[in-house]
Design a protein around this ligand. Structure first.
Ligand code: LRH
Ligand code: MN
Length: 431
């Protein structure tokens, strides 16, 4: 297969050349610091090099809110252009080799061709996302009062059929999971019977579950509120794990970091879901108030570290089916989406690397002996460790850039696309 990568490897090599000595110096210094702590930096670098996170196709475009969405020049407006931009991100950071598509936003006529197109750009496809939270032109049954949980049988069957269509598309794309997030819920007390709505959810998802190929997973994505503002059918991890246990082993829970009440202890939810073998994956982002879909690690990098601390513990104590799908899910309303996803991938890999340098023996001893301060300090020492030389060196070894943002800006990619791509239309909403 002829590869046509957006940025030439020579460009990246030339961009790196003046930065390599400093990187080696910083890596060496960190290596000596970690060796004093009994930690082998090469081992950490190998683990970081093996880490990957998927990009959301919808994150490559301009995001917006109900109030407005502000176009920018060179924005991608279809899946082909979004794959090009995702390839730029992968070329520079080397930890985002997969794209999670969303349907019908990414509908095309030939999915085999799309799979080959992605492969030529160094990309493959992660979990597919269904969409029964918007009505499409000419749609027979509206989702205004629900989709899989609607009291209208026609709407339920239409939503089930759409999810099965997404699975069939995913099979052609080489995916092995479907993420199901529902907007279904109510805005008024009494509007919906809370129990019957959940029963309809279980019935409808069971039909989607039955259509899953042997090796596929169904990732249930809970969310506390929005667009429903009184009750959401799958509102939290409790409802999600009950549904996943009822559905069967192929059903697991997906944790979108923005889908919880402020100050929720999300790392504890991660530990609970893992304990019962239902930790299926993540939508990484950050938030200060609601489902703000801000860049990962931009608001609360400590929470991201604590989540990866639980994931490292989970990796040391695996349960059946422990293979979380790591994906980003963000809305880029004011930044260049490529820069935001480069910055987010760095933040996510850094949180993982910090969790890998936790002195687990010291932590365990302090926990068992209730030495509260030393237990906290075992995590804090790792959190304040600047692991960026490890993340950068692993990236360069894989053909990426030392300084991803500097390399991206020097590439002139966005300006080049501004000259080639049709302008995006102003509007509102997430895509
Ligand atoms: C819902 C959600 C879901 C996606 C959508 C784009 O808030 O997190 O994962 O389908 O954003
Ligand atoms: Mn999400």
């Amino acid at each position: 297969m002829e590869t046509k990568l957006p940025i030439t490897p020579d460009f990246i090599r030339d961009a790196n050349a003046p930065r390599l000595d400093a990187l080696e110096e910083d890596f060496g210094a960190l290596g000596r610091q970690l060796r004093r702590r009994g930690i082998d930096i090469e081992k950490i670098e190998r683990q970081v090099a093996a880490f990957t996170v998927a990009l959301p196709s919808w994150g490559a475009g301009r995001g917006g809110t109900r109030f407005a969405k502000f176009p920018f020049r060179g924005a991608p407006t279809n899946i082909h252009e979004k794959l090009q931009d995702c390839s730029v991100i992968q070329q520079l950071c080397r930890i985002t080799p997969r794209v999670s598509p969303h349907f019908p936003w990414d509908f095309v006529s030939d999915y085999r061709a799309l799979r080959q197109e992605a492969a030529a750009l160094g990309l493959s496809f992660d979990a597919v996302n269904s969409n029964t939270f918007q009505d499409q032109p000419g749609q027979r049954h509206s989702y205004a009062t629900g989709s899989l949980t609607s009291t209208d049988r026609g709407a339920r069957e239409q939503a089930i059929a759409h999810n099965i269509e997404c699975i069939n598309i995913g099979k052609e794309l080489g995916s092995s999971a479907i993420t199901v997030w529902l907007a279904d819920g109510s805005n008024f007390p009494g509007q919906q019977d809370l129990t019957r709505a959940f029963d309809r959810y279980l019935e409808a998802t069971a039909q989607i579950y039955a259509a899953l190929p042997g090796n596929w997973r169904m990732l249930l994505e809970h969310k506390l509120f929005e667009p429903a503002f009184y009750s959401t059918v799958l509102q939290d991890w409790g409802s999600s794990i009950l549904a996943a246990q009822q559905l069967g082993p192929k059903a697991q829970c997906l944790v979108d970091l923005g889908h919880h009440a402020p100050n929720t202890n999300i790392e504890q939810i991660v530990s609970r879901l893992h304990r019962f073998g239902k930790l299926g994956g993540f939508h990484f982002n950050d938030s200060k108030y609601g489902d703000d879909d801000l860049d990962s690690g931009a608001i609360n990098p400590h929470q991201l570290f604590l989540i990866f601390n639980e994931l490292v513990e989970a990796g040391l104590n695996p349960r059946p089916g422990f293979d979380p799908a790591y994906m980003i899910d963000q809305s880029h309303n004011v930044t260049d989406p490529i820069e935001s996803m480069l910055s987010s991938a760095e933040a996510i890999a850094s949180a993982y690397a910090k969790a890998l340098v936790v002195d687990r023996a010291a932590l365990r001893d302090a926990q068992e002996s209730n030495d509260v301060m030393m237990a906290f300090q075992a995590l804090r020492q790792a959190y304040r460790t600047d692991v960026s030389p490890i993340v950068a060196r692993a990236r360069v070894a894989a053909g990426g850039a030392v300084d991803v943002l500097a390399a991206y800006r020097a590439s002139g990619w966005r300006q080049e696309m501004a000259g080639k791509r049709k302008p995006m239309a102003p509007g509102t909403g997430i895509v």
